[in-house]
Design a protein around this ligand. Structure first.
Ligand code: NAD
Ligand code: INS
Length: 339
């Protein structure tokens, strides 16, 4: 069976995922698209042989669409996801699930009322081969109990529109999701402190930021978010346990020796760094939808948890680094697991 996917939002990541569903993943076809920019939607539709529809609601209710991909702007996600649940269609929503905890809870409640999982949230790091290997090592117990996780999330530069709260909402949110999953533990507090700011930033931005998280099990996480580091896109993660440590590998790159130097290139953006993770993410999602199974990737609950934890980090940033307790609701049995 070919899964007929309708895509809401044909901007940067929407077009990349459309290419992925069309050229990389087998078993899927993009049959409908929509965008506030109708000309852009029509151009993308023509390229892949899809129908351009006027609105997200038209697309969700189209008989040509089996499953929905939401890649529009964050504040519009909740409405589209709720409409997809109402139509009983599987929906993959790029992060964030919603921009407020209240809207995330609305999705969680609607999905539970529907009675089975329909929603997957686009936290792609869980599909990265390196993080998956780290999880296997941590889960095997060979390191003993995890105690500390050291992380860095560096972007070369960010545009003027990127503001200080986005360090948590847009950037650290990836570590927040992947570390809950890696440790199978919940984050219970957040603190954000700011060292001297780099001169290579727009004046309104606090960059870099150091984020400190604590889990229910007592693990301490330190995360450097530095989004104007200049030199490249660099993701580091090292989990320290009682009997050893495990470190995220750098992406494979040839070593070059020339002119008296031995060097390897550093990637420049997230698209290249996580290209294979995105491919795997969509292969597994399409496979689950085709089989009529529930999605196994990050759930609506994970989307809610990420939003509540980033809210706590933003509150800490805005209150000069106070430690903020994460006000998360109890996890419903519907979502299984512990984190
Ligand atoms: N997983 C990741 O690493 C990752 C990376 C980049 C972006 N994202 C997420 O993907 C989403 C889109 O980001 P982007 O960089 O592609 O943005 P973008 O601005 O390039 O594209 C968004 C598109 O959605 C359209 N749009 C907005 N609201 C709409 C609506 N209600 N109905 C139809 N179309 C609508 C806009 O016209 C635009 O063309 C964001 O939520 C972002 O956080 C995730
Ligand atoms: O939207 C992007 C994307 O999510 C990247 O993975 C992250 O490194 C950036 O900081 C963020 O702005």
């Amino acid at each position: 069976m070919t899964v007929r996917v309708g895509v809401i939002g044909t901007g940067m990541i929407g077009q990349d995922h459309i290419r992925r569903l069309t050229d990389v993943v087998t078993g899927a076809a993009v049959t409908a698209v929509t965008d506030l920019d109708a000309a852009r939607a029509a151009e993308v539709a023509a390229r892949v042989g899809a129908t351009a529809l006027p609105t997200g609601a038209d697309l969700i209710n189209s008989p040509e669409v089996d499953a929905v991909l939401v890649t529009s702007w964050g504040p519009t996600h909740a409405e589209h996801v709720l409409n997809a649940i109402a139509a009983g269609k599987p929906v993959f929503c790029e992060k964030p699930l919603a921009t407020t905890a209240e809207d995330c809870l609305r999705v969680v409640e609607a999905e539970q009322s529907h009675g089975r999982r329909l929603v997957q949230v686009g936290f792609m790091r869980r599909f990265d081969a390196g993080y998956r290997q780290m999880k296997e090592v941590v889960a095997s117990g060979s390191l003993g109990a995890p105690l500390i996780v050291h992380c860095a999330h560096r972007n070369p530069t960010v545009p003027d529109a990127y503001h200080s709260a986005m360090a948590a909402q847009d950037t650290a949110v990836h570590e927040i999701d992947v570390l809950r999953w890696l440790l199978d533990d919940e984050i219970v507090s957040a603190q954000v402190i700011t060292p001297r700011a780099t001169s290579k930033r727009f004046a309104h931005l606090k960059d870099p930021q150091i984020m400190l998280f604590e889990t229910a099990g007592g693990v301490r996480i330190d995360l450097e978010v530095f989004v104007n580091c200049q030199y490249g896109y660099d993701i580091q993660c090292e989990a320290v346990g009682e009997e050893g440590l495990v470190r995220l590998p750098d992406p494979a790159a040839v070593a070059v020796r020339t002119a008296g130097r031995h060097s390897t290139a550093v990637l420049q953006d997230w698209k290249a760094r996580f290209a294979e993770a995105f491919d795997t993410e969509f292969r597994e999602w399409v496979g689950a939808v085709a089989a009529g199974a529930e999605p196994t990737g990050p759930s609506a609950w994970d989307g809610y948890a990420a939003t509540v934890i980033t809210d706590a980090a933003v509150r800490s940033l805005q209150t000069d680094g106070t430690v903020v307790t994460v006000g998360m609701k109890p996890r419903p049995a519907f979502y299984g697991g512990t984190a």
